[in-house]
Design a protein around this ligand. Structure first.
Ligand code: 5GP
Length: 179
């Protein structure tokens, strides 16, 4: 195990298996709807790349960047720093995110896409950390794994831009950020 990791929560094999299950559900739900999957950069990249391999209906991809985190804490405000290049009006949208914690980022992005007249908006997340939820009513439709309130890295998730390249998800040792 990498020396900065306290515990591995999900191995690469477990993540791939979960992406296949999620992809199969989405395929079933979106036949003939040609959804746009909008990935929230940068954390979505490995998850979205794996997930879309298992979606077997017509679909498109696009990206947005919305940030609310610095270090290990949410800043509480969400800023859109990169927008989609496709119009979402009249389209079925699935937002792809690495993790939902407070729910603030996804709620604000959902509201924005609703204002832009998307026909439907659902969310797929690899990880759900329900203990951190401040937007109580926010429930993503498609969830890979539910995790305890710990700070995790890997498979797209970073700590100050590092560790996104790990092919597993693990808990970061406190000694790395408690300096
Ligand atoms: P929310 O707006 O739901 O509080 O936070 C969503 C964003 O916070 C995620 O896209 C992710 O960037 C970051 N985040 C939340 N929990 C974690 C975590 O345990 N590890 C990492 N690396 N990022 C997290």
């Amino acid at each position: 195990m990498d020396n900065f990791i306290e515990e591995i929560l999900f191995t690469h094999e477990e993540i791939v298996k979960k992406c296949k299950e999620l992809g199969e559900k989405i395929t079933k739900d979106y036949q003939d709807k040609c959804p746009i999957l909008i990935g929230l950069l940068k954390g979505c990249v490995p998850f979205m790349a794996e997930l879309i391999k298992h979606i077997k209906c017509d679909m498109e991809i696009d990206f947005m960047k919305a940030s609310s985190y610095q270090g290990i804490c949410s800043t509480g405000t969400v800023t859109i720093t990169k927008d989609t290049s496709t119009s979402v009006a009249g389209r079925h949208v699935i937002i792809v995110e690495d993790i939902v914690d407070s729910g603030l980022t996804l709620q604000q992005v959902t509201n924005l896409l609703r204002d832009r007249k998307a026909t439907s908006i659902e969310v797929v997340v690899l990880l759900d950390k329900p203990a951190g939820r401040t937007i109580k009513q926010f429930k993503p439709k498609y969830v890979g794994f539910t995790i305890p309130p710990k700070f995790v890295v890997g498979f797209g998730l970073d700590y100050n831009e590092l560790y996104r390249n790990l092919d597993y998800v693990g808990v970061l040792k406190k000694s790395v950020y408690d300096k």
